[in-house]
Structures are given as C-alpha cells and as structure tokens.
Unconditional design. Structure first.
Length: 275
C-alpha cells in the first residue's frame, strides 16, 4: 500500500572567488638581501606565514577546522524502493475515509502546524490544509524534485496560502526547528534508507509536545511495510518514546505516534535495531 512518494546552500581584500588577496607594502629602496632570489625553504616559510596571518582574522577557510559530519549506524534491514507517487485514486481513498481517519488518529486540530513528509501528489497536504484551517500551516516535503514541483503547482492552482512546499533529502527532511505540532509520515517510512540520521535530524523540528505520526503496513520493509516492533525500536534508538499505536481496520495498516524525550543522543551512541 502506498500513498506518498518521498522524498529540497547558502579584514583583508578578497578576490571574486572569495580567496584572500595579500598585498605587499611598497619599499622604494629594497635592500640587497631582499633582491636575492628566495631559497626553496624560504618560499615555504613565507607561504606558511601568509597562511597563518590570513587565518588570524578568520578569513582563510582552508585553515578552519573542518566540520565533521556525524556518523550514524546503518539500518539492519532492507529498504523498499520508491515505486510511485500514487497508489490509488484520491476518490477511492476518500471513500474509505483514509485521510479523515488518519487525521483523527493523529489528533490534528485547527490552528496546528503540520509537516507532510513524502507528500507526493499532495493527497494529505490538501486535506491537512483544510483540517488546520486559516490559522494553521502545512509544510509539504518530498525528496523528488519533479514531484515537489508538481505539488507546488497544485498548491498554487488551488490557492492554498497556508501551504509551503519544500525539497528534502533522503537522510534529512530539512525542517525548520521548533515548528511543528505534528509530523506525518504516511506509507513511506520503509523507504527511508538512513532512519537513524533521518529521525535524529527530525527531532529539533518538533515543538514541545509535538508528535511524529507514522502510518505503515505490518509487513517486512522489503514488502513496503514496517513491523511495529522494528519501528518502535528505531525511534527509541534516537530518543523517542511511543505514545500510542492502533490498527486502521480495513486498510492493513496501523498508526503509531512518537514523542521526543530527553536529550538527543550523540550519533555514535545510537545502536542499530535488528530487523
């Protein structure tokens, strides 16, 4: 079962390229020593001195300590491929009250700010906008640029002024911090190849009391589902606690909600769950 697809950088004189341009003071009467060709060792010392001088005012990026990217454990499970941005017509899904039942289960109310991760063609995005009303906000995120663009056109065409559309990355939803009451991931969690990095980067986006809501099928990840015990384990590894889980009768799916609790763990301290 599939409802959404998935998964949008900015002292001394400088050259146009941004490099420091070092200018030499003019000496009208250079000494004889200064006219001698520098020795190879002297050239190296001079170059090092210039680099150190440039670094003193923070303008030489080459000498800044490189920012290390956090290293996360590899998921010990298969990852389902993204097959389509649609698994059924919106009319068929509305006939079984899919979105209504999910939004009720997630306790989404007027005035809330909600992120729709893996928004695809916008089935949930459109209905979330209606549910939160004019005082609420919806951010729709997808990692496929063409899908994101098509959804942006739909949002503009339907004049949904409370909806924003964003391009995310497979391991980073790129959400603004402290912004969301609810983050929805509907039938897409099994397609996240780096769940620990993804959930770790997602945590700061939640408001106090905010919840992550996952809808998925109870089957192996390679079969486009996520076993509930595996889902709970992967969330717990990044410092979330499961608030509730309930089946969605007639759909073969379940809805689980999670809350971030305590400090966010260091990436090196995260341990991968066994599938």
């Amino acid at each position: 079962m599939k409802s959404l697809s998935h998964r949008e950088r900015e002292g001394p004189a400088r050259e146009a390229s941004g490099r420091v341009r070092v200018t030499r003071a003019h000496h009208p009467h250079p000494s004889a020593a200064s006219r001698l060709p520098p020795s190879p060792g002297g050239r190296g010392i001079l170059a090092l001195a210039l680099l150190l001088l440039a670094a003193c005012d923070g303008s030489q990026p080459l000498l800044k300590q490189a920012k290390r990217e956090p290293v996360f454990p590899v998921a010990d499970r298969p990852v389902a491929s993204i097959v389509s941005s649609r698994w059924s017509t919106e009319e068929a899904r509305d006939r079984v009250r899919e979105a209504e039942r999910v939004m009720d289960g997630a306790d989404i109310r007027p005035g809330m700010t909600v992120a729709d991760i893996g928004a695809g063609e916008g089935y949930y995005t459109i209905r979330l906008a209606s549910r939160v009303g004019p005082e609420g906000r919806v951010l729709a995120e997808d990692i496929v640029a063409d899908v994101r663009d098509a959804l942006a056109e739909r949002v503009a065409r339907e004049r949904l002024d409370t909806v924003s559309v964003k391009l995310g990355e497979p391991a980073d939803p790129k959400l603004p911090p402290n912004s969301f009451d609810r983050v929805l991931m509907v039938h897409m969690y099994h397609e996240i190849a780096d769940p620990y990095a993804f959930l770790w980067r997602l945590r700061p986006a939640l408001k106090p009391g905010g919840l992550v809501v996952v809808v998925d099928a109870d089957r192996p990840t390679q079969n486009h589902g996520t076993p509930p015990a595996l889902l709970a384990c992967e969330f717990a590894a990044v410092g979330y606690v499961q608030v509730a889980r309930k089946d969605l009768p007639g759909t073969g799916a379940y809805l689980a909600t999670f809350r971030a609790e305590g400090p966010r763990p260091e990436p090196a301290a995260i341990r991968a769950c066994k599938a």
